[in-house]
Design a protein around this ligand. Structure first.
Ligand SMILES: [Zn+2]
Length: 475
């Protein structure tokens, strides 16, 4: 085991491990040794150029054209699928022997908007400054896009024999897709092009502490948006005459009850393993709290603490209810006959949502208030397995690339395109490059300013290569 203060990237050590395994006759991990030091130039070039292509919604085809040119130049055929010509999706496939079902590696090409005045550099310059690459998309999602592209090129160049097809999907409209141009279009109309046993995409990360990667988060599950409107009705009338059936009073009480409702806590494979393993790398005080969650006798106090101090962890334990919008009234002297609130409900992957709404109606306990479910934006999707070949390979690759790191399966409280793939039966996993907590908090996805430490892009590409060849290369 290496000392804590050693750098987290060490290509020579990797090569030694490979040589050792090969010498031992261990075919399980024997991969051709890529010279990752030499590979840096090409990785940085494509990563920066992909950031420099401004792919705010409606411009995704520009990135697709760039990627297609590179793939075709090396003899990898690419197909595009476009509902909107400016927002194309690209699919490229390297054929395997068919012994195993395909692996899909995907990344979205679009990025969110920018406020240029908040940036120290041009947000589409991919500037190199202070050891970072700065730019919109430098985290979300161009590292995964770059890694997928490079892995395809390297698989082809090195003529890696595959047990399963490797399919690369560069998809549009992940951030903003009211027209359904991206994953919905691909899943609904071209699923045969991306049908796979496993998929790898954004939705994980690795945390750097004291100069080394301390933990690797693999996204294995996510909550499902299942929002509702609460509609309170009452008698309308003059503001000078109080009425006990005032819709606003009833709505206010209902919002308070729903918002303060401590919904039932439930652990699944992902969250149980997450808190168990998190405890092993936390301070004694935090560890005691995470362990307390696993014991019904002590879970209550631990949950109360998390509700106050770690709301993200609290949310992973339950279907959550968060009031987000209110709408009522037309004048200061008018009692409205109707008032409504929106609740952003995020359901656990295995929630029975109709039963949940019934329970919520009992909590609100007011015949004047109706619960109206809003249209679902994502399908319910089961968590991906922790005992699959893909997850095992991700764990082994994490430990190889980031020696000493703890691997945590994680449940995202947000939603992603993995939902649509899981709903089709894929075991879909979220991965991502390494950053410090400061980077992730202050320069993360969708932040005013986005950046990634330059060494992290190299290590991440190597990680994706390890994961892809680990699960797809011929044994
Ligand atoms: Zn993203």
């Amino acid at each position: 085991m290496r000392a804590r203060n050693q750098p987290f990237y060490n290509g020579r050590a990797m090569k030694r491990v490979w040589l050792l395994l090969t010498a031992m006759g261990c075919v399980c991990w024997a991969q051709p040794p890529i010279n990752w030091t030499q590979q840096k130039t090409e990785i940085l070039k494509h990563y920066r150029e992909l950031i420099q292509i401004d792919t705010r919604a409606g411009n995704e085809t520009k990135a697709v054209d760039y990627i297609r040119r590179l793939l075709e130049a090396e003899g990898i055929p690419a197909q595009t699928f476009a509902l909107d010509p400016a927002r194309a999706n690209l699919v490229a496939r390297l054929k395997g022997s068919g012994t195993k079902r395909p692996l899909l590696i995907l990344a979205h090409t679009d990025v969110v908007g920018v406020q240029p005045e908040k940036w120290p550099v041009d947000p589409f310059s991919a500037s190199l400054k202070d050891g970072y690459v700065w730019g919109r998309g430098s985290l979300d999602d161009k590292p995964v896009l770059t890694a997928d592209l490079i892995v395809m090129l390297l698989l082809k160049r090195n003529q890696i024999r595959l047990d399963r097809d490797v399919i690369f999907l560069a998809e549009s409209g992940e951030e903003a897709d009211t027209a359904g141009v991206g994953i919905n279009f691909m899943v609904q109309q071209h699923y045969d092009a991306i049908d796979a046993e496993y998929s790898l995409t954004e939705g994980g990360n690795a945390i750097i502490e004291d100069g080394r990667v301390f933990s690797v988060n693999i996204g294995t599950a996510e909550k499902v948006p299942a929002r509702v409107r609460l509609v309170a009705t009452g008698t309308s009338g003059h503001g000078s005459v109080p009425r006990m059936d005032n819709a606003l009073i009833h709505l206010g009480a209902a919002v308070e009850k729903a918002g303060r409702w401590r919904t039932p806590m439930r652990l699944d494979d992902t969250t149980r393993t997450y808190f168990e393993k998190l405890a092993t790398i936390s301070t004694p005080e935090k560890a005691a709290r995470y362990n307390a969650l696993l014991n019904p006798a002590t879970a209550d106090a631990a949950q109360r603490y998390l509700a106050q101090h770690e709301p993200g962890a609290y949310s992973m334990l339950r279907t959550s209810v968060v009031p987000t919008m209110l709408k009522a009234g037309v004048g200061a002297n008018v009692i409205p006959s109707e008032a409504e609130a929106t609740l952003d409900i995020r359901a656990l992957p295995d929630e029975n949502i109709q039963n949940f709404y019934t329970e919520m109606a009992k909590v609100i306990d007011d015949p004047q208030v109706k619960i109206e479910p809003l249209p679902m934006t994502r399908p319910f999707s089961p968590a991906s397995r922790l005992d699959s070949e893909m997850y095992r390979v991700l764990e082994q690759t994490s430990k190889r690339i980031y020696p000493g790191a703890t691997v945590l399966p994680s449940m995202s409280t947000g939603a992603s395109d993995k939902a649509q793939l899981r709903a089709k039966g894929q075991q879909s996993y979220g991965i991502g490059p390494a950053g410090t907590r400061d980077d992730i908090t202050n320069y993360g996805a969708h932040s005013d300013v986005e950046r990634l430490a330059e060494p992290s892009i190299y290590t991440f590409v190597e990680f994706v290569w390890g994961a892809v060849t680990g699960v797809a290369a011929a044994r």
